[in-house]
Write a protein that binds this ligand. Structure first.
Ligand SMILES: Nc1ncnc2c1ncn2[C@@H]1O[C@H](COP(=O)(O)OP(=O)(O)O)[C@@H](O)[C@H]1O
Ligand SMILES: [Mg+2]
Length: 375
C-alpha cells in the first residue's frame, strides 16, 4: 500500500503466446473499466519475444509495436521484494532500480507463458498476490489431455479421447490413426493439447481428414488429442471464488460455421451469444455443479470459464475445457455472464483482486518448515 491508500496493482498483458492480441483486447477493456480511485496501476507489456516493458502509454506502444521509449522491467523471484524493477545499463553491467511497489498482480495473459502456470510459478517464488489460479490449476487447465485425465478420475463426463505424441505421429502415423478411430465413430476432433483460440483444431469426417488434422495439430504442440465429436450445443459457465466458488447462469455460443473455429471466433464475427442459455432449471443446476466440481478438482482460484458440450440428441452434458484466464473484454462471455448474474464489470475486477489478496493471506498460515520444528 502507498501513502494514497490505494492498492498498488501491476497489470501484465501481451505475452509470448499466439493469443497475444486477444490479451491486448482483454487488457484494454480492463484498463478502461477499472476503478482508478482504488488502484495505483503500473502496466507491464510482454512482447511477442518475451521482453517485459513498461512506461508511458505501455498498451498503445505494445499494440503498435513502437516500444523504443519503454524500459525493460523485471521481478525478482525472492520473497518479500514486492517491487517491480526497471533494468538499466549495458549488456555488460545491468542495474536494477525500483520502479513500483506491488500489492497484487493481475495477469491478463492467455495461453502459454501466461495462463499455464509458468508466470504463476514466478509470482509464487516472489510470494506475490495475483489474480487467478495457482501453478497447478493453471497448468492442468492448460493441458487438455491431463485435464481430461483428472475429470475422468472425478467421474466428470468428458468426450472420449486419446493422446498421441509428435514422435508417434511422425514415425507411426498409421497406428495413431488406428488408435484414433477406436475413440468413436467419425466425426472426430483433433486438437493440440496446449493451445487456445481453436488454433490447430480440426473436425475430421473420415480417415484422410484425420491424417491431415494430425499433421496440422502437431505443428503447434508435442502432444495432440483425438476426440469423440459431439453434435453439441456449446454452453459456458463463469466461476468465481477461492475455496467457496460460485457459478453464474450458463450462456450459450451459437457459431454459424461448422464449429467454433478460429474463423468463427475472430474473423467471421457471426457467432451469437445467448445470455442466459435457454435451458431448464434442472440442466442449469447440473451444469453449475459440474463446473464447480471441475474447478475444485484442479484446484482453481479466483476465476475460470468452464466450457461444456451438450449432446443435441441425448441431452448428455460433457466438459470440453476449462480456461483459467478467459477472454476478458467487456463483451466476452466470462464478464457478460457475471453482469447477467448481477456483478457489473468494474466490480468483477474488484472482487478478483480481493480474492487474490485473500488467497495470499491464507498462504501465510501454512507451515513450511516441518523439519526444523519437529526434526
Ligand atoms: N469433442 C468435440 N465435439 C464437438 N465439437 C468440438 C469438440 N472439441 C472441440 N470442438 C469444437 O472446437 C472448438 C474449439 O475446441 P476447444 O477444445 O474448445 O479448443 P480451444 O481451447 O482452442 O477453444 C469448440 O468450441 C467446439 O466448437
Ligand atoms: Mg474452447
Amino acid at each position: 500500500m502507498n501513502n494514497t491508500n490505494k492498492i498498488d496493482l501491476v497489470v501484465i498483458y501481451g505475452g509470448r503466446s499466439g493469443e497475444h492480441e486477444v490479451s491486448l483486447l482483454s487488457s484494454r477493456s480492463v484498463l478502461d473499466a477499472i476503478n482508478k480511485d482504488r488502484y495505483n496501476i503500473t502496466e507491464v507489456g510482454i512482447t511477442h519475444d518475451g521482453q517485459w516493458l513498461s512506461g508511458e502509454n505501455t498498451w498503445e506502444a505494445l499494440n503498435s509495436g513502437n516500444t523504443h521509449h519503454l524500459v525493460p522491467v523485471t521481478l525478482l523471484p525472492v520473497p518479500g521484494s514486492d517491487t517491480l524493477f526497471a533494468i538499466s545499463g549495458t549488456s555488460g553491467s545491468k542495474e536494477l532500480k525500483p520502479l513500483a511497489h506491488i500489492d497484487v498482480v493481475l495477469p491478463i495473459l492467455h495461453g502459454t507463458y501466461g495462463e499455464d502456470g509458468t508466470l504463476q510459478g514466478l509470482l509464487e517464488m516472489a510470494d506475490l498476490a495475483y489474480v487467478g489460479a495457482g501453478v497447478l490449476g493453471s497448468s492442468v487447465g492448460m493441458d487438455k489431455g491431463i485435464f481430461k485425465d483428472v475429470m475422468r478420475a472425478h467421474d466428470i463426463p468428458v468426450p472420449n479421447w486419446v493422446v498421441a505424441s509428435k514422435k508417434d505421429i511422425q514415425t507411426n502415423m498409421d497406428a495413431v490413426i488406428d488408435r484414433g478411430e477406436l475413440v468413436s465413430r467419425y466425426p472426430l476432433f483433433v486438437k493440440p493439447a496446449n493451445l487456445g483460440s481453436s488454433v490447430g483444431v480440426t473436425k475430421c469426417k473420415n480417415r484422410s481428414d484425420l491424417f491431415e488434422g494430425l499433421l496440422d495439430a502437431v505443428r503447434f504442440d508435442r502432444r495432440v488429442l483425438v476426440e469423440q465429436g459431439i453434435n453439441a450445443r456449446e454452453i459456458e459457465v463463469s466461476v468465481l471464488g477461492n475455496d467457496q466458488a460460485i457459478a453464474s447462469l450458463p450462456g450459450e455460443i451459437c457459431p454459424r460455421l461448422e464449429f467454433y473455429s478460429y474463423r468463427a471466433k475472430y474473423i467471421e464475427d457471426s457467432t451469437e451469444l445467448l445470455i442466459p442459455a435457454p435451458l431448464d432449471e434442472k440442466t442449469i443446476k447440473h451444469i453449475q455443479t459440474l463446473a464447480i466440481r471441475a474447478y475444485q478438482a484442479i484446484d482453481c482460484a479466483g476465476m475460470a470459464r468452464v466450457d461444456f458440450l451438450m449432446d443435441r440428441d441425448s441431452g448428455e452434458v460433457y466438459i470440453n475445457e476449462l480456461n483459467t484466464i478467459p477472454g476478458f473484454t467487456s463483451i466476452s462471455m466470462y464478464p457478460k455472464l457475471w453482469e447477467n448474474s448481477g456483478i457489473p464489470y468494474p466490480e468483477l475486477i474488484d472482487r478478483l483482486i480481493d480474492l487474490a489478496l485473500e488467497r495470499r493471506q491464507s498462504m501465510d498460515g501454512i507451515e513450511r518448515s516441518y523439519g526444523e520444528m519437529h526434526g
